[in-house]
Design a binder for this molecule. Sequence first.
Ligand code: GAP
Length: 522
Amino acid sequence: MFQSSEIYGGLNGFWDYGPLGVELKRNIKDAWWKDMCQNHNELLQPEGAPSTFEMVGLDCTIIMHPQVWKCSGHYDLFHDYMVDCRATKKRYRFDQVRGKWVTRDAQRVFVTTMAEPDHEDEDLQRRALKIFNLRTKDLEKLSFDARVSTLDKITAEDRPFVLGPDANELGTLTDPREFNLMFKTYVGALSGEEGAAFLRPETAQGIFVNFKNVVDSTRIRVPFGVAQVGKSFRNEITPRNFTFRSREFEQMEIEFFCHPDASAQWYQYWRNRRLQWYKNLGLAGERLRLREHDADELSHYSCGTADIEYAFPFLPEGEYGELEGIAHRGDFDLRSHSEGKLDPKNRPLVVELNEQGQPKHRGSGKDLSYRDDLSNERFIPHVIEPSAGADRATLAFLCQAYDEDQAPDEDGKMQSRVVMRLHPRLAPIKAAVLPLVKKDGMPEVAAEVYGALKKKFNVFYDEKAAIGRRYRRQDEIGTPYCITIDSQTLQDRTVTIRDRDSLEQWRVAIDDCVAEIDKRVT
Ligand code: GAP
């Protein structure tokens, strides 16, 4: 992965995927699409599901009618709080500025930093010494609070005692202000507000506004899910941690429509199913967890939300980052797009009114209810939304796969190696085809094996360097199998297959090679 526009100095919060990265991310998106949508068998009731269900896909535009975002709540509510530094003109996300109270004699200062977790303490000490006009040897004159806290936990009265992350004097940070995260653009030749539109900050709304199209144009029946994978854009105030928080990223979202009476059960089902998906593909152990939101954390529409989280190595010890949220959204979205934006503060939900007593944001006026043709019941389906990030998943699988161990070289001597233990389904290259030597007809046979495999998988041909070195190159990029053509191949048309993780080697007939790799990587 590279920073976008790197030769021009890069653009903060935007990332490009190189030749291997694009394969890894595509494999993750394909695995999701196949497992959640394409290969779903609507005749079978999966374990833990309240009933059988159908799944279909959708591909919506990135720019939609601006009213979509008004009714979804994004126009009014999709913001983070930011603070500006009057001295340095820098801008920070309110809840991301971290710091500690530091005391000298009777004077207390909240010293802040934006340094990475590994350098946080060091940076806080350096800045504290500077603001108190002390030298390193005087460090013991300062007393540091044990706990790091974020700026949003500091009271307004204490703000004059805050040292901003890049400031040299106290009290330079402004009060927090709302900052809408949607990217604005203009459609057509109109550059004024009439032409204003937004790049979608999530793919989900495209599914809601197509609910009626899907129901009317297919024979699908509730319960069913609609899946979509695509780009989303958020003008994050402080994009950070590589691709974890970027301004352009891809989401893999499902909106699952069900009867209100069964929605609590479906919520449980999707939580468990999605957690299991990550486990099946290799994100197991203590680094992965499912965390149910507390009531005060729930979004305005949600009757229940759980996050699937991963302990990314760049986060402070004990902290987890969100990979996916699974939300029980009730009927908020379909009703908002039908009746007008609902007031999230009211229970039961009613349309939010402006000062004139009219709907603040008018809905489409279209009936988005569903009639069950067997029971004749008409209702507005409830929605369960498993919403995952393709880039965060890619980053998590990368972090999880990285390993260093010992493996023998061609002389049998143990050497340390870097190995990416990616699940074979996710590995960018499924197998490498390696003629043992570049003569005796081995490259020709290897080219034949390579040609047969290449029709089906992303495989790699390499005849350069010693065989041990070639194995190492493949281990480093996570190729699960290496196929070697040796002198025995020339006699009996068998090849050896080497397993990246167990280092086990076995012989297989050339004609069985495609089937052998196929059964292991799909
Ligand atoms: N429709 C619901 C929704 O969009 P979200 O929690 O805001 O929910 C869902 O986003 C997922 O999208 C997150 O769990 C994360 O994986 C990914 N995501 C969100 N913001 C992101 C960002 N700035 N950079 C990378 N991925 C992001």
